[in-house]
Each structure stands twice: as structure tokens, then as C-alpha cells.
Design a binder for this molecule. Structure first.
Ligand SMILES: Cc1cc2nc3c(=O)[nH]c(=O)nc-3n(C[C@H](O)[C@H](O)[C@H](O)COP(=O)(O)OP(=O)(O)OC[C@H]3O[C@@H](n4cnc5c(N)ncnc54)[C@H](O)[C@@H]3O)c2cc1C
Length: 179
């Protein structure tokens, strides 16, 4: 069984018939058992690697269904939802947390990385935490630390950095109305 591989050197099963690159142009990521990783790839690439998946959604719209046949999250849906949760936690984090709360948050972040379904994303997040200790002393210090952690991933994916001075407007207070 191959060792876990970081995103930068993502899986390259060149000795098999498995595709290495998906339709998005990104490398296809495989789980440690060799199967395409649904929560590590975009839906398009996952479908490409698996030769198509069933159950993308109901085709007939007969009557309202409160639970349509939604499908499991791909790397983007999972990522957006997860960042929303993390930044929203920062927005609700106390201005002056006691020591216990600070310790709990650090532990949560480590466990979050370890349980994150996109395994290489989680591993990179855990490495980031080890290198850059979470700043959990105040709400603002944590909000900015998290913003920088998110920016690290943005840069890795070739996206622009977010201005971390604006994290509270985006995730807590909202933006002022245009004049
Ligand atoms: C811990 C973690 C690690 C990840 N690692 C990877 C990875 O290795 N490879 C991979 O392909 N995907 C990874 N992802 C997913 C990736 O970061 C994105 O979530 C995904 O690509 C969808 O991007 P998006 O454009 O919808 O916006 P997202 O990056 O999900 O951002 C959502 C919203 O947050 C706001 N925002 C953007 N940047 C910041 C910031 N720095 N601070 C505050 N707010 C911000 C913007 O309003 C944006 O619309 C990871 C996600 C998480 C939670």
C-alpha cells in the first residue's frame, strides 16, 4: 500500500490504467486503497476516474421531494462548507476566551484536520497547524490566523489571497451597504 501522498506530488499511478489527470486538468487523487477519492477530487474528475456515477439527481420532477437524490460532497463542495463552518466558528468565538476554551479550540482544529474527509487536504492542514500554532487568544487573533490558513490553500490552488483585515466583514458583521 503506498504511503499518503501530498497534494503537490499527488498520486501518479503510471503503472496502471488509472487516469493520472482529470478533465479539469488536475491530477486525480486516489485513496489509500487505490480507489478514486470522491472528497479529494472535483465531481467532474471523480466521474471521469470512475467512468461515471449513478444518482446525480432525479430527472423527473413529479412532486416536491424535501430530500432529493443529492450526492456526496466533492472536494469543492466539502471545502466551501468546511471553510464556512470554520470561519463561522471564529465569528462566534469569545472576544476573551478562558484557557480551557483556547485549549479546546486547538484540540478541535487538530482533530478537524485528522478527520477531514479529503485526506491530503487534512494532512496539509495538520502540517500547517504544527508549523503555525493557532492564535486562539482572542476572537480577532483566531479569525486572522484562520484567514491565513485559508490563504495558504488559496495560494496552493492558484487563487488570490483574501485580505485578512476584512475577515470580520465577510464572516461576522457583513458589508456596509453601497452608498
Ligand atoms: C482545511 C481545508 C483544506 C483544504 N485543502 C485543499 C487542498 O489541498 N486542495 C484542494 O483542491 N482543495 C482544498 N480545500 C478546498 C478549497 O480550499 C476550497 O474550499 C474549494 O476549492 C472551493 O473553493 P471556493 O472557490 O468555493 O471558495 P473557498 O476557498 O471554499 O472559500 C469560500 C469563501 O470564503 C471566502 N474566503 C476566501 N478566502 C478566504 C480567507 N483566506 N479567509 C476568509 N475568507 C475567505 C470567500 O468569500 C469565498 O467565497 C481545502 C478545504 C479545507 C477546509
Amino acid at each position: 500500500m503506498p504511503e499518503p501522498i501530498e497534494s503537490k506530488e499527488a498520486v501518479t499511478p503510471s503503472n496502471t490504467s488509472k487516469p493520472e489527470v482529470g478533465l479539469t486538468g488536475r491530477k486525480i487523487i486516489y485513496d489509500k486503497d487505490g480507489k478514486p477519492c470522491r472528497s479529494c477530487n472535483s465531481l467532474l474528475d471523480f466521474q471521469f476516474a470512475t467512468g461515471g456515477i449513478k444518482g446525480i439527481g432525479a430527472t423527473k420532477k413529479e412532486k416536491y421531494n424535501p430530500y432529493p437524490k443529492d450526492i456526496p460532497a466533492d472536494v469543492e463542495v466539502l471545502g466551501k462548507s468546511s471553510w464556512t463552518l470554520l470561519h463561522s466558528i471564529a465569528a462566534k468565538y469569545p472576544e476573551k476566551p478562558d484557557t480551557k476554551r483556547q485549549q479546546d479550540l486547538k484540540q478541535f482544529l487538530t482533530l478537524f484536520g485528522s478527520f477531514y474527509p479529503c485526506w491530503f487536504c487534512g494532512e496539509d492542514f495538520e502540517k500547517y497547524i504544527k508549523k503555525h500554532e493557532p492564535k486562539v487568544e482572542t476572537q480577532d487573533s483566531f479569525g486572522k490566523w484562520l484567514c491565513e490558513a485559508h490563504n495558504e490553500v488559496n495560494v496552493k490552488l492558484g487563487k488570490p489571497k483574501f485580505d485578512c483585515n476584512l475577515w470580520k466583514k465577510r464572516w461576522k458583521d457583513g458589508w456596509e451597504e453601497d452608498p
